[in-house]
Design a protein around this ligand. Structure first.
Ligand code: IMP
Ligand code: MG
Length: 175
């Protein structure tokens, strides 16, 4: 589908997002004070949220990225294909997995297992958006900025066929 900004109905403005992400940063700062926290962003969708979030956290954090695709098909959990892996040592760390959107839950559920299998002390899920209506796997976000209805959204890192990631707002893509 071609890029058509007129088909994007604004749901969250740039200003609303900035306010919410700043609040989330403060919350995480309070909750993880004194811990060795590593934020791992799930590429590509999380890159803008991650960039804003880390600047709102006032702690000595480390950060890394991972790129993964969950296998679609009949099985619901466990298998994830890591396309680009993390570089830092995960053992003993409190890992915050940072996602753009928690949808079916397959990706984060598998990645959380991956992090535990690598020796993470604790793994928490931080997602910008949560779309609970679509969940196929029993997983909940530990921290989410917004819960949304079952709509396809783009912008602020989220794409449709790799387009729209650079919008500084989030909108529903009207087809
Ligand atoms: P899941 O939770 O494993 O189904 O995968 C979540 C991934 O699906 C996200 O990281 C997004 O890349 C993609 N996704 C799910 N819902 C949307 C949406 O509304 N807009 C754009 N991407 C989405
Ligand atoms: Mg995507």
């Amino acid at each position: 589908m071609s890029y058509e900004k007129n088909n994007v109905r604004v749901m969250l403005t740039k200003e609303e997002i900035a306010e919410k992400v700043s609040e989330m940063g403060k919350k995480l700062t309070a909750e993880f004070a004194g811990k060795e926290v590593m934020l791992i962003g799930v590429l590509k969708g999380s890159f803008i949220f991650m960039a804003d979030l880390v600047r709102a956290i006032d702690l000595p954090i480390q950060l890394d990225f991972i790129s993964a695709k969950s296998y679609s098909g009949t099985t619901t959990t466990g298998v994830v294909n890591v396309k680009m892996d993390t570089h830092l040592q995960i053992e003993g760390k409190t890992v915050l997995l940072v996602e753009d959107i928690l949808d079916t839950g397959k990706t984060l559920s598998a990645l959380r297992e991956t992090m535990y299998s690598r020796g993470a002390a604790d793994v928490k899920i931080v997602t910008f958006l949560d779309k609970p209506a679509r969940r196929l796997v029993d997983i909940e976000a530990d921290y989410s900025c917004y819960t949304i209805e079952n709509r396809f959204v783009v912008g602020y890192g989220l794409d449709c066929d790799e387009q729209y990631r650079n919008l500084d707002y989030v909108g529903e893509l009207l087809l």
